[in-house]
Design a protein around this ligand. Structure first.
Ligand code: URA
Length: 408
């Protein structure tokens, strides 16, 4: 096989075989193919797309490049959930203890945030002492003992994806739905759960900006899941405005706790309930409405909150350590009207610049900073109304946060 022939084949829009994909991507992992050659191929994939079969084969190559976690020692159905990424997305922190309280095992490997999107591992690490790097044995033991576990993604799962994702990030080849589908589904399948729920974010603060791409991505993710014998549901949900009120690591954990304590009359809580109900419905093979009744019950009777505390303690976290910075900047409106939108992208970028996120992969983050929104979309605004509060520490700047609030 010849790498240039393979690049040329994709450049003219032909379909690559499993063997060709394996040759390129495994070769890249093993340093036998150069990054500039893989970059050229990735760009050709971005432009010309891939057939469903090709995307499934690419996923297979990614999965086979590493280990597949074997969860069969845990009895019953294991579920996993993944969000394609957004701003203020702390749903996993709420959903995982709810699902486990309903008697469904939730085994999840999560990532860190990059750029304006946050990551569950960073949010959990805002709890002092919380251990996110678990060995395989620790992962399985915790799942067995308390019914849920969240750990950072190990290097052994789909290692090609890690290397290719870093290359996509610097070659303008992130936003291609076959590449996104193969990247996400390979990690989810290798993580071992039987059933997978994908929260596919659509909107200005998401990777996917239009409905037609979202639907294509949804369809192929379901096909990939099915072809590996994993029941897969995909929910397309909005990421135009940030999710919930708080953006920033400690702030988001605090908001998740409020939902678990029973504050469920918010759009954010409704999304958590819907996602959790889908997982319980898949895990137990029951209807969505029966699942939702169970979900609401475990919130109302405090089981879910107690499960969260058990989970934090099991992973050595001190829940009383959560803190946000004492230094605040209040942003008030200079206009009156209706709040038509809150631009998730701008809010995410400002939060990152304040120190809550990272520009480069290994940047440190500050768990104590972030943004707390005081108004919701559709609210009436008068002059001097508090729009949001910035929690600042080393970087004391409001940046362009006002531009995020569309008041008409
Ligand atoms: N998240 C991933 O893990 N991979 C992608 O390609 C996009 C989002």
């Amino acid at each position: 096989m010849n790498i240039v022939d393979i690049i040329n084949k994709k450049r003219v829009g032909k379909t690559l075989t499993y063997e060709e994909l394996k040759y390129v991507f495994l070769g890249y992992l093993n340093n036998k193919i150069e990054s500039y050659q893989v970059s050229a191929l990735l760009m050709a994939i971005c432009i010309n797309g891939m057939t469903d079969e090709e995307t499934i084969n690419l996923t297979k190559v990614f999965i086979e490049s590493g280990e597949i976690l074997d969860l069969s020692s845990i009895p019953g159905v294991k579920v996993d959930k993944h969000s394609t990424g957004g701003v203020g997305d702390k749903t996993t922190l709420v959903i995982a203890p709810i699902v486990a309280s309903c008697g469904v095992y939730m085994a999840k490997m999560s990532g860190r945030g990059l750029g304006y999107t946050g990551g569950t591992i960073d949010k959990l690490e805002s709890i002092e002492g919380f251990k996110t790097g678990l060995s395989k044995e620790e992962f399985l033991q915790e799942l067995k003992d308390i019914g849920l576990v969240i750990s950072s993604q190990t290097a052994e799962l789909a290692p090609i994806d890690k290397k290719v994702y870093a290359l996509r990030d610097v070659t303008g080849t992130v936003e291609s739905y076959p590449l996104i589908a193969a990247s996400i589904m390979s990690k989810k399948i290798a993580s071992g759960a039987d059933k997978i729920l994908i929260d596919l974010k659509l909107g200005i603060g998401a990777l996917i900006h239009n409905e037609s791409d979202a639907n294509k991505l949804k369809e192929i993710m379901i096909k990939i899941g099915n072809s590996f014998n994993r029941e897969t549901r995909v929910m397309i949900t909005s990421m135009d405005a940030p999710l919930g009120r708080n953006i920033g690591n400690s702030l988001e954990v605090m908001e998740a706790i409020e939902v678990l304590k029973g504050n469920i009359d918010t759009p954010f809580a409704s999304l958590c309930i819907e996602l959790a109900s889908n997982l319980v419905s898949m895990g137990k093979g029951i209807s969505l409405s029966d699942a939702e009744a169970e979900v609401i019950q475990v919130i109302k009777n405090n089981q879910a909150y107690n499960k969260f505390l058990e989970f934090v303690k099991y992973q050595h976290g001190n829940i009383n350590s959560l803190k946000v910075s004492d230094e605040k900047i209040e942003i008030r409106s200079t206009k009156r009207g209706i709040l038509k939108g809150i631009n998730a992208r701008i809010v995410g970028e400002v939060s990152m610049k304040l120190g809550a996120g990272r520009v480069a992969k290994d940047d440190p983050i500050d768990p104590s900073v972030g943004i707390s929104l005081n108004k919701q979309v559709h609210d009436k605004i008068v002059e001097d109304d508090l729009l949001c509060t910035l929690y600042v520490n080393k970087v004391k700047d409001e940046f362009n946060i006002r531009d995020a609030f569309i008041i008409e």
